[in-house]
Design a protein around this ligand. Structure first.
Ligand code: NAI
Ligand code: MG
Length: 475
Protein backbone atom coordinates (compact mmCIF):
# COMPACT_ATOMS: atom_id res chain seq x y z
CA UNK A 1 0.00 0.00 0.00
CA UNK A 2 1.15 3.53 -0.59
CA UNK A 3 1.34 5.88 2.31
CA UNK A 4 -0.95 8.88 2.14
CA UNK A 5 0.84 12.22 1.73
CA UNK A 6 -2.07 14.62 1.41
CA UNK A 7 -4.56 16.35 3.68
CA UNK A 8 -7.54 14.40 5.00
CA UNK A 9 -10.58 16.67 5.09
CA UNK A 10 -14.13 15.41 5.50
CA UNK A 11 -13.13 11.92 4.43
CA UNK A 12 -11.31 12.97 1.25
CA UNK A 13 -7.59 13.14 0.54
CA UNK A 14 -6.82 16.53 -0.91
CA UNK A 15 -3.97 18.75 -2.00
CA UNK A 16 -3.40 22.00 -0.16
CA UNK A 17 -5.31 24.92 -1.63
CA UNK A 18 -1.99 26.61 -2.43
CA UNK A 19 -0.75 23.46 -4.16
CA UNK A 20 2.37 23.62 -1.98
CA UNK A 21 4.21 20.62 -0.63
CA UNK A 22 7.09 20.12 1.78
CA UNK A 23 9.64 17.33 2.02
CA UNK A 24 10.17 14.96 4.88
CA UNK A 25 13.57 13.37 5.01
CA UNK A 26 15.09 10.23 6.40
CA UNK A 27 17.55 11.59 8.97
CA UNK A 28 19.71 8.46 8.80
CA UNK A 29 20.41 8.93 5.09
CA UNK A 30 19.59 12.64 4.64
CA UNK A 31 17.54 11.57 1.63
CA UNK A 32 14.05 12.73 0.78
CA UNK A 33 11.48 10.24 2.02
CA UNK A 34 8.32 11.88 0.71
CA UNK A 35 6.68 15.08 -0.53
CA UNK A 36 3.72 15.99 1.61
CA UNK A 37 0.92 18.46 0.93
CA UNK A 38 1.45 21.59 3.01
CA UNK A 39 -1.65 22.81 4.80
CA UNK A 40 -2.06 26.49 5.63
CA UNK A 41 -4.83 28.61 7.12
CA UNK A 42 -7.44 28.07 4.35
CA UNK A 43 -6.96 24.29 4.56
CA UNK A 44 -7.19 24.35 8.33
CA UNK A 45 -10.42 26.30 7.99
CA UNK A 46 -11.90 23.68 5.66
CA UNK A 47 -10.80 20.89 7.99
CA UNK A 48 -12.29 22.61 11.03
CA UNK A 49 -15.56 23.13 9.19
CA UNK A 50 -15.63 19.46 8.19
CA UNK A 51 -14.99 18.49 11.82
CA UNK A 52 -17.73 20.89 12.98
CA UNK A 53 -20.24 19.32 10.57
CA UNK A 54 -19.27 15.83 11.65
CA UNK A 55 -19.75 16.83 15.27
CA UNK A 56 -23.04 18.64 14.78
CA UNK A 57 -24.65 16.14 12.51
CA UNK A 58 -25.13 12.91 12.42
CA UNK A 59 -23.85 9.47 12.52
CA UNK A 60 -21.08 10.32 14.99
CA UNK A 61 -22.96 12.40 17.55
CA UNK A 62 -25.87 9.96 17.62
CA UNK A 63 -23.72 6.86 17.67
CA UNK A 64 -24.17 4.59 20.69
CA UNK A 65 -21.11 4.51 22.94
CA UNK A 66 -20.67 0.79 22.32
CA UNK A 67 -20.49 1.39 18.57
CA UNK A 68 -17.84 4.07 19.10
CA UNK A 69 -15.97 1.56 21.20
CA UNK A 70 -16.02 -1.01 18.40
CA UNK A 71 -14.66 1.51 15.92
CA UNK A 72 -11.78 2.49 18.22
CA UNK A 73 -11.01 -1.17 18.84
CA UNK A 74 -10.92 -1.71 15.10
CA UNK A 75 -8.42 1.13 14.66
CA UNK A 76 -6.24 -0.69 17.21
CA UNK A 77 -6.57 -3.90 15.22
CA UNK A 78 -5.61 -2.15 11.99
CA UNK A 79 -2.52 -0.65 13.61
CA UNK A 80 -1.51 -4.15 14.74
CA UNK A 81 -2.20 -5.55 11.28
CA UNK A 82 0.03 -2.91 9.67
CA UNK A 83 2.62 -2.87 12.45
CA UNK A 84 5.61 -4.03 10.40
CA UNK A 85 5.13 -1.43 7.71
CA UNK A 86 4.20 1.33 10.14
CA UNK A 87 7.30 0.62 12.21
CA UNK A 88 9.52 0.75 9.17
CA UNK A 89 7.98 4.03 8.07
CA UNK A 90 8.30 5.50 11.56
CA UNK A 91 11.96 4.55 11.68
CA UNK A 92 12.64 6.02 8.24
CA UNK A 93 10.88 9.27 9.05
CA UNK A 94 12.21 9.78 12.58
CA UNK A 95 15.54 7.92 12.69
CA UNK A 96 14.64 5.87 15.76
CA UNK A 97 15.80 2.23 15.90
CA UNK A 98 13.36 -0.25 14.39
CA UNK A 99 13.70 -2.12 17.68
CA UNK A 100 11.90 0.79 19.34
CA UNK A 101 9.30 1.53 16.71
CA UNK A 102 8.38 -2.11 16.16
CA UNK A 103 8.23 -3.13 19.82
CA UNK A 104 7.26 0.10 21.56
CA UNK A 105 5.81 2.94 19.48
CA UNK A 106 3.50 1.02 17.18
CA UNK A 107 2.17 -1.58 19.66
CA UNK A 108 1.70 1.17 22.25
CA UNK A 109 -0.31 3.22 19.74
CA UNK A 110 -2.59 0.22 19.18
CA UNK A 111 -2.88 -0.34 22.94
CA UNK A 112 -3.92 3.28 23.40
CA UNK A 113 -6.86 2.73 21.05
CA UNK A 114 -7.80 -0.53 22.78
CA UNK A 115 -7.59 1.12 26.18
CA UNK A 116 -9.78 4.09 25.27
CA UNK A 117 -12.23 1.86 23.38
CA UNK A 118 -13.02 0.45 26.82
CA UNK A 119 -13.77 3.90 28.21
CA UNK A 120 -16.46 4.82 25.63
CA UNK A 121 -19.13 2.96 27.58
CA UNK A 122 -17.92 4.12 30.97
CA UNK A 123 -18.17 7.89 30.76
CA UNK A 124 -20.55 8.68 33.57
CA UNK A 125 -21.84 11.67 35.50
CA UNK A 126 -22.87 11.96 39.13
CA UNK A 127 -25.98 12.70 41.15
CA UNK A 128 -25.58 15.46 43.70
CA UNK A 129 -27.58 15.57 46.93
CA UNK A 130 -28.79 19.16 46.68
CA UNK A 131 -31.17 20.32 49.42
CA UNK A 132 -34.91 20.57 48.80
CA UNK A 133 -37.11 18.71 46.41
CA UNK A 134 -34.70 18.81 43.52
CA UNK A 135 -32.85 16.24 41.52
CA UNK A 136 -29.42 17.34 40.37
CA UNK A 137 -27.22 15.35 38.06
CA UNK A 138 -24.25 15.86 35.75
CA UNK A 139 -23.56 14.83 32.20
CA UNK A 140 -20.11 14.54 30.71
CA UNK A 141 -20.15 15.81 27.15
CA UNK A 142 -17.53 16.16 24.42
CA UNK A 143 -16.06 19.60 23.78
CA UNK A 144 -16.78 19.47 20.08
CA UNK A 145 -13.86 20.02 17.71
CA UNK A 146 -10.43 19.32 19.19
CA UNK A 147 -7.29 20.67 17.55
CA UNK A 148 -4.40 18.30 18.08
CA UNK A 149 -0.78 19.33 17.53
CA UNK A 150 1.90 16.68 17.86
CA UNK A 151 5.70 16.51 17.97
CA UNK A 152 8.16 14.41 16.02
CA UNK A 153 9.72 12.29 18.77
CA UNK A 154 6.95 9.68 19.00
CA UNK A 155 5.09 10.59 15.83
CA UNK A 156 2.33 7.96 15.76
CA UNK A 157 2.13 7.41 19.49
CA UNK A 158 1.55 11.07 20.33
CA UNK A 159 -1.28 11.22 17.79
CA UNK A 160 -2.77 8.09 19.38
CA UNK A 161 -2.49 9.50 22.94
CA UNK A 162 -4.65 12.44 21.92
CA UNK A 163 -6.93 11.16 19.19
CA UNK A 164 -8.05 7.98 20.98
CA UNK A 165 -9.37 9.69 24.15
CA UNK A 166 -10.82 12.60 22.13
CA UNK A 167 -12.82 10.18 20.00
CA UNK A 168 -13.79 8.00 22.94
CA UNK A 169 -15.56 11.05 24.39
CA UNK A 170 -17.35 11.77 21.10
CA UNK A 171 -15.29 14.73 19.89
CA UNK A 172 -14.14 15.22 16.33
CA UNK A 173 -10.52 16.14 15.62
CA UNK A 174 -8.26 18.14 13.34
CA UNK A 175 -4.69 16.91 13.67
CA UNK A 176 -1.59 18.92 12.78
CA UNK A 177 1.21 16.35 12.71
CA UNK A 178 4.83 17.43 13.11
CA UNK A 179 6.45 18.64 9.89
CA UNK A 180 9.58 16.51 10.52
CA UNK A 181 7.61 13.25 10.76
CA UNK A 182 4.19 13.50 9.16
CA UNK A 183 3.88 10.06 7.57
CA UNK A 184 2.70 7.66 10.25
CA UNK A 185 0.02 10.08 11.43
CA UNK A 186 -1.28 10.37 7.88
CA UNK A 187 -1.38 6.60 7.67
CA UNK A 188 -3.39 6.51 10.88
CA UNK A 189 -5.94 8.78 9.19
CA UNK A 190 -6.29 6.18 6.48
CA UNK A 191 -6.74 3.42 9.07
CA UNK A 192 -9.45 5.47 10.78
CA UNK A 193 -11.29 5.71 7.46
CA UNK A 194 -10.80 2.00 6.89
CA UNK A 195 -12.16 1.20 10.36
CA UNK A 196 -15.37 2.99 9.40
CA UNK A 197 -15.17 6.24 11.36
CA UNK A 198 -17.63 8.64 9.69
CA UNK A 199 -16.15 11.22 7.31
CA UNK A 200 -14.98 14.38 9.04
CA UNK A 201 -14.45 12.78 12.46
CA UNK A 202 -10.69 12.61 11.91
CA UNK A 203 -9.12 15.32 9.73
CA UNK A 204 -5.42 15.80 9.09
CA UNK A 205 -3.58 18.98 8.16
CA UNK A 206 0.16 18.28 7.82
CA UNK A 207 2.16 21.49 7.68
CA UNK A 208 4.27 23.87 9.70
CA UNK A 209 3.69 25.19 13.18
CA UNK A 210 3.88 28.87 12.32
CA UNK A 211 1.20 28.51 9.66
CA UNK A 212 -1.09 25.49 9.97
CA UNK A 213 -0.49 25.04 13.71
CA UNK A 214 -1.11 28.67 14.53
CA UNK A 215 -4.26 28.76 12.35
CA UNK A 216 -5.65 25.78 14.21
CA UNK A 217 -5.03 27.38 17.60
CA UNK A 218 -6.58 30.69 16.49
CA UNK A 219 -9.62 29.19 14.76
CA UNK A 220 -12.83 30.30 16.51
CA UNK A 221 -14.64 27.05 15.75
CA UNK A 222 -12.07 24.89 17.56
CA UNK A 223 -13.10 24.22 21.16
CA UNK A 224 -9.98 22.69 22.58
CA UNK A 225 -6.29 22.33 21.81
CA UNK A 226 -4.17 19.41 22.95
CA UNK A 227 -0.48 19.99 22.30
CA UNK A 228 2.79 18.20 22.91
CA UNK A 229 6.06 19.97 22.14
CA UNK A 230 8.40 22.66 23.38
CA UNK A 231 7.63 24.83 26.39
CA UNK A 232 8.16 27.98 24.29
CA UNK A 233 5.49 26.98 21.78
CA UNK A 234 3.22 25.80 24.62
CA UNK A 235 3.30 29.31 26.06
CA UNK A 236 2.53 30.83 22.69
CA UNK A 237 -0.38 28.45 22.20
CA UNK A 238 -1.83 29.49 25.54
CA UNK A 239 -1.55 33.14 24.59
CA UNK A 240 -3.21 32.63 21.20
CA UNK A 241 -5.91 30.38 22.66
CA UNK A 242 -6.79 33.11 25.16
CA UNK A 243 -8.48 35.18 22.44
CA UNK A 244 -11.17 32.54 21.98
CA UNK A 245 -10.81 31.10 25.46
CA UNK A 246 -10.11 27.62 24.19
CA UNK A 247 -9.41 24.90 26.63
CA UNK A 248 -5.80 23.81 26.34
CA UNK A 249 -3.82 20.88 27.55
CA UNK A 250 -0.08 21.01 27.15
CA UNK A 251 2.59 18.37 27.51
CA UNK A 252 5.91 20.20 27.35
CA UNK A 253 9.61 19.90 28.06
CA UNK A 254 11.44 18.37 30.98
CA UNK A 255 14.76 18.11 32.77
CA UNK A 256 13.97 15.04 34.78
CA UNK A 257 16.19 14.07 37.71
CA UNK A 258 17.30 10.52 38.34
CA UNK A 259 18.33 10.36 42.01
CA UNK A 260 20.61 7.53 43.12
CA UNK A 261 21.37 6.95 46.81
CA UNK A 262 24.50 5.12 47.90
CA UNK A 263 22.43 2.21 49.25
CA UNK A 264 20.78 1.57 45.86
CA UNK A 265 21.29 -1.49 43.70
CA UNK A 266 23.89 0.25 41.54
CA UNK A 267 23.73 -2.25 38.67
CA UNK A 268 20.02 -1.66 38.34
CA UNK A 269 20.43 2.10 38.79
CA UNK A 270 23.15 2.26 36.11
CA UNK A 271 20.95 0.37 33.68
CA UNK A 272 18.00 2.62 34.52
CA UNK A 273 20.08 5.77 34.10
CA UNK A 274 21.43 4.47 30.78
CA UNK A 275 17.98 3.75 29.36
CA UNK A 276 16.62 6.95 30.86
CA UNK A 277 18.86 9.13 28.71
CA UNK A 278 19.82 7.01 25.69
CA UNK A 279 16.47 5.40 24.86
CA UNK A 280 14.89 7.21 21.93
CA UNK A 281 18.20 9.04 21.32
CA UNK A 282 17.33 11.16 24.34
CA UNK A 283 14.62 12.84 22.28
CA UNK A 284 12.14 12.04 25.02
CA UNK A 285 10.31 14.62 27.10
CA UNK A 286 10.61 12.46 30.23
CA UNK A 287 14.29 11.59 29.61
CA UNK A 288 16.34 11.28 32.78
CA UNK A 289 18.72 13.97 31.61
CA UNK A 290 20.11 14.80 35.08
CA UNK A 291 21.69 12.04 37.11
CA UNK A 292 21.97 13.03 40.77
CA UNK A 293 24.36 10.73 42.61
CA UNK A 294 25.13 10.57 46.33
CA UNK A 295 28.87 11.20 46.59
CA UNK A 296 29.62 7.85 48.24
CA UNK A 297 28.30 5.96 45.20
CA UNK A 298 29.57 8.33 42.54
CA UNK A 299 32.61 6.42 41.28
CA UNK A 300 30.97 3.01 41.36
CA UNK A 301 27.90 4.21 39.50
CA UNK A 302 29.90 6.14 36.94
CA UNK A 303 32.05 3.08 36.15
CA UNK A 304 28.98 0.95 35.55
CA UNK A 305 27.32 3.61 33.44
CA UNK A 306 30.35 4.34 31.28
CA UNK A 307 30.86 0.60 30.74
CA UNK A 308 27.47 0.45 29.10
CA UNK A 309 27.52 3.78 27.31
CA UNK A 310 30.91 3.35 25.64
CA UNK A 311 29.57 0.28 23.85
CA UNK A 312 26.60 2.20 22.50
CA UNK A 313 27.38 3.18 18.93
CA UNK A 314 24.86 4.90 16.68
CA UNK A 315 23.95 2.80 13.66
CA UNK A 316 21.51 2.10 10.86
CA UNK A 317 18.07 2.49 12.45
CA UNK A 318 16.61 -0.26 10.25
CA UNK A 319 19.08 -2.80 11.64
CA UNK A 320 17.24 -4.72 14.40
CA UNK A 321 20.41 -4.73 16.52
CA UNK A 322 20.75 -0.93 16.56
CA UNK A 323 19.97 0.77 19.88
CA UNK A 324 20.92 4.36 19.04
CA UNK A 325 19.47 5.91 15.90
CA UNK A 326 19.81 9.23 14.10
CA UNK A 327 18.57 12.52 15.55
CA UNK A 328 15.43 13.65 13.83
CA UNK A 329 16.78 16.61 11.85
CA UNK A 330 19.75 18.79 11.07
CA UNK A 331 18.32 21.47 13.36
CA UNK A 332 18.11 18.99 16.24
CA UNK A 333 21.65 17.76 15.50
CA UNK A 334 22.98 21.31 15.69
CA UNK A 335 21.04 22.06 18.86
CA UNK A 336 22.43 18.97 20.59
CA UNK A 337 26.01 19.60 19.43
CA UNK A 338 25.66 23.18 20.69
CA UNK A 339 24.76 21.90 24.15
CA UNK A 340 27.74 19.55 24.17
CA UNK A 341 29.96 22.55 23.41
CA UNK A 342 28.27 24.53 26.18
CA UNK A 343 29.02 21.74 28.65
CA UNK A 344 32.73 21.87 27.81
CA UNK A 345 32.82 25.66 27.78
CA UNK A 346 31.17 25.95 31.20
CA UNK A 347 33.63 23.53 32.76
CA UNK A 348 31.74 20.26 33.17
CA UNK A 349 33.98 17.20 32.87
CA UNK A 350 33.29 15.21 29.68
CA UNK A 351 33.56 11.51 30.49
CA UNK A 352 32.23 10.49 27.11
CA UNK A 353 32.70 13.26 24.58
CA UNK A 354 29.71 12.67 22.31
CA UNK A 355 30.00 14.46 18.97
CA UNK A 356 28.73 13.74 15.51
CA UNK A 357 29.52 10.31 14.06
CA UNK A 358 31.34 10.30 10.71
CA UNK A 359 29.43 9.79 7.48
CA UNK A 360 25.93 10.54 6.37
CA UNK A 361 23.03 10.98 8.72
CA UNK A 362 22.45 12.97 11.89
CA UNK A 363 24.11 10.52 14.26
CA UNK A 364 25.46 11.65 17.63
CA UNK A 365 27.49 9.51 20.00
CA UNK A 366 26.55 9.29 23.69
CA UNK A 367 27.83 12.18 25.78
CA UNK A 368 28.24 12.04 29.55
CA UNK A 369 29.29 15.08 31.58
CA UNK A 370 30.43 14.67 35.17
CA UNK A 371 30.77 17.34 37.88
CA UNK A 372 27.96 19.38 36.41
CA UNK A 373 26.94 22.31 38.62
CA UNK A 374 23.21 22.94 39.05
CA UNK A 375 23.42 26.36 37.40
CA UNK A 376 25.12 25.22 34.19
CA UNK A 377 23.22 25.39 30.92
CA UNK A 378 23.34 21.61 30.49
CA UNK A 379 21.78 21.20 33.95
CA UNK A 380 18.94 23.63 33.25
CA UNK A 381 17.89 23.45 29.60
CA UNK A 382 16.16 20.62 27.82
CA UNK A 383 18.71 19.20 25.36
CA UNK A 384 16.62 16.46 23.73
CA UNK A 385 19.55 14.32 22.71
CA UNK A 386 21.89 11.61 24.08
CA UNK A 387 23.59 13.93 26.58
CA UNK A 388 23.66 13.15 30.29
CA UNK A 389 24.59 15.56 33.10
CA UNK A 390 25.84 14.07 36.36
CA UNK A 391 25.43 16.14 39.53
CA UNK A 392 26.90 14.77 42.76
CA UNK A 393 25.08 15.55 46.04
CA UNK A 394 25.73 15.18 49.77
CA UNK A 395 22.47 14.32 51.52
CA UNK A 396 18.74 13.89 51.03
CA UNK A 397 17.87 17.56 51.34
CA UNK A 398 20.62 18.47 48.91
CA UNK A 399 19.26 15.92 46.41
CA UNK A 400 15.69 17.21 46.64
CA UNK A 401 16.81 20.82 46.35
CA UNK A 402 18.88 20.17 43.22
CA UNK A 403 16.16 17.96 41.72
CA UNK A 404 13.54 20.70 42.08
CA UNK A 405 15.87 23.51 40.98
CA UNK A 406 14.47 23.80 37.45
CA UNK A 407 11.49 25.40 35.73
CA UNK A 408 10.43 21.94 34.61
CA UNK A 409 8.55 19.24 36.50
CA UNK A 410 7.69 16.38 34.20
CA UNK A 411 9.21 13.20 35.62
CA UNK A 412 11.88 11.83 37.91
CA UNK A 413 13.25 8.64 39.39
CA UNK A 414 14.57 7.57 42.78
CA UNK A 415 16.87 4.62 43.51
CA UNK A 416 17.44 3.48 47.10
CA UNK A 417 17.74 0.23 49.03
CA UNK A 418 15.38 1.76 51.59
CA UNK A 419 11.91 1.84 50.03
CA UNK A 420 10.57 4.16 52.73
CA UNK A 421 13.24 6.72 51.98
CA UNK A 422 12.64 6.34 48.24
CA UNK A 423 8.91 6.97 48.69
CA UNK A 424 9.53 9.96 50.95
CA UNK A 425 11.88 11.55 48.41
CA UNK A 426 9.47 10.79 45.57
CA UNK A 427 6.77 12.75 47.40
CA UNK A 428 9.04 15.78 47.70
CA UNK A 429 9.73 15.97 43.96
CA UNK A 430 7.68 18.61 42.15
CA UNK A 431 7.05 16.44 39.10
CA UNK A 432 4.08 14.67 37.54
CA UNK A 433 5.64 11.23 37.59
CA UNK A 434 8.25 9.46 39.70
CA UNK A 435 9.64 5.99 39.07
CA UNK A 436 10.89 4.21 42.17
CA UNK A 437 13.65 1.60 41.84
CA UNK A 438 13.00 0.99 38.17
CA UNK A 439 9.22 1.05 38.24
CA UNK A 440 8.60 2.51 34.80
CA UNK A 441 5.88 4.13 32.88
CA UNK A 442 2.39 2.82 32.20
CA UNK A 443 -0.09 4.32 29.78
CA UNK A 444 -3.01 3.46 32.04
CA UNK A 445 -1.61 5.97 34.56
CA UNK A 446 -1.69 9.76 34.16
CA UNK A 447 1.23 11.48 32.48
CA UNK A 448 1.97 15.20 32.49
CA UNK A 449 3.88 18.03 34.03
CA UNK A 450 4.08 20.19 37.11
CA UNK A 451 5.43 23.72 36.72
CA UNK A 452 6.47 24.66 33.17
CA UNK A 453 6.26 21.07 31.94
CA UNK A 454 2.63 21.41 31.13
CA UNK A 455 -1.02 21.72 31.88
CA UNK A 456 -3.40 18.83 32.35
CA UNK A 457 -2.72 15.13 32.05
CA UNK A 458 -2.67 12.55 29.30
CA UNK A 459 -3.48 8.86 29.47
CA UNK A 460 -5.62 6.87 31.84
CA UNK A 461 -8.83 8.25 33.25
CA UNK A 462 -7.21 11.66 33.73
CA UNK A 463 -6.41 11.89 30.04
CA UNK A 464 -10.04 11.22 29.21
CA UNK A 465 -11.19 14.04 31.48
CA UNK A 466 -9.25 16.52 29.35
CA UNK A 467 -11.66 15.92 26.49
CA UNK A 468 -14.92 16.27 28.44
CA UNK A 469 -17.15 19.16 29.47
CA UNK A 470 -19.37 18.86 32.53
CA UNK A 471 -23.03 19.89 32.45
CA UNK A 472 -25.08 20.26 35.60
CA UNK A 473 -28.82 19.65 35.34
CA UNK A 474 -31.51 20.10 37.92
CA UNK A 475 -35.20 19.36 37.92
P1 NAI B 1 8.00 22.61 18.59
O1 NAI B 1 7.32 22.86 19.88
O2 NAI B 1 8.26 23.80 17.70
O3 NAI B 1 7.13 21.58 17.70
C1 NAI B 1 6.13 20.73 18.18
C2 NAI B 1 4.86 20.89 17.33
O4 NAI B 1 4.35 22.21 17.48
C3 NAI B 1 5.07 20.70 15.83
O5 NAI B 1 3.94 20.05 15.28
C4 NAI B 1 5.13 22.13 15.32
O6 NAI B 1 4.77 22.26 13.98
C5 NAI B 1 4.11 22.81 16.22
N1 NAI B 1 4.25 24.27 16.34
C6 NAI B 1 5.40 25.00 16.29
N2 NAI B 1 5.12 26.32 16.44
C7 NAI B 1 3.77 26.41 16.58
C8 NAI B 1 2.87 27.52 16.76
N3 NAI B 1 3.31 28.78 16.82
N4 NAI B 1 1.56 27.26 16.87
C9 NAI B 1 1.10 26.00 16.82
N5 NAI B 1 1.89 24.93 16.63
C10 NAI B 1 3.21 25.13 16.52
O7 NAI B 1 9.33 21.86 18.88
P2 NAI B 1 10.64 21.69 17.92
O8 NAI B 1 11.05 23.01 17.41
O9 NAI B 1 10.37 20.64 16.94
O10 NAI B 1 11.73 21.18 18.97
C11 NAI B 1 12.43 22.10 19.79
C12 NAI B 1 12.64 21.58 21.16
O11 NAI B 1 11.35 21.40 21.77
C13 NAI B 1 13.29 20.22 21.28
O12 NAI B 1 14.68 20.31 21.25
C14 NAI B 1 12.79 19.78 22.62
O13 NAI B 1 13.57 20.34 23.63
C15 NAI B 1 11.39 20.33 22.69
N6 NAI B 1 10.37 19.33 22.32
C16 NAI B 1 9.72 18.68 23.34
C17 NAI B 1 8.82 17.69 23.04
C18 NAI B 1 8.10 16.95 24.11
O14 NAI B 1 7.78 15.80 23.93
N7 NAI B 1 7.74 17.57 25.20
C19 NAI B 1 8.57 17.25 21.67
C20 NAI B 1 9.27 18.03 20.68
C21 NAI B 1 10.15 19.01 21.02
MG1 MG C 1 11.45 12.95 8.41
Amino acid sequence: MTNPTRLLIGGKWEDAQSGKTFTTINPATEEVLAEVAEADAPDVDRAVRAARRAFADTAWSRMAARERAKLLWKVGDLIVKNADELAKLETQDNGKPIFESRYVDIPAAAETFYYYAGWCTKIEGTTIPVPGDFFNYTLREPYGVCGIITPWNFPLLMVAWKVAPALACGNTVVVKVAEETPLSGLWLGQLCQEAGLPDGVVNLVPGFGETAGRALVAHPAVDKISFTGSTAVGKEIMRTAADTLKKVSLELGGKSPNIVFADADLDAAAKGAFNGIFYGKGEVCAAGSRLLVERGAHDALLDRLVDRAKKLEPGDPLNPKTRLGALVSKAQLERVLGYIEAGVREGARPVLAGGRAAGRGYFVRPAIFDQVAPGMTIAQEEIFGPVLSILPYDDVDDAVRIANDTVYGLAGAVWSGDPERAKAVARRLRTGQVDINGGGFNFMAPFGGYKQSGLGRELGRYGLEEFLETKSLQL
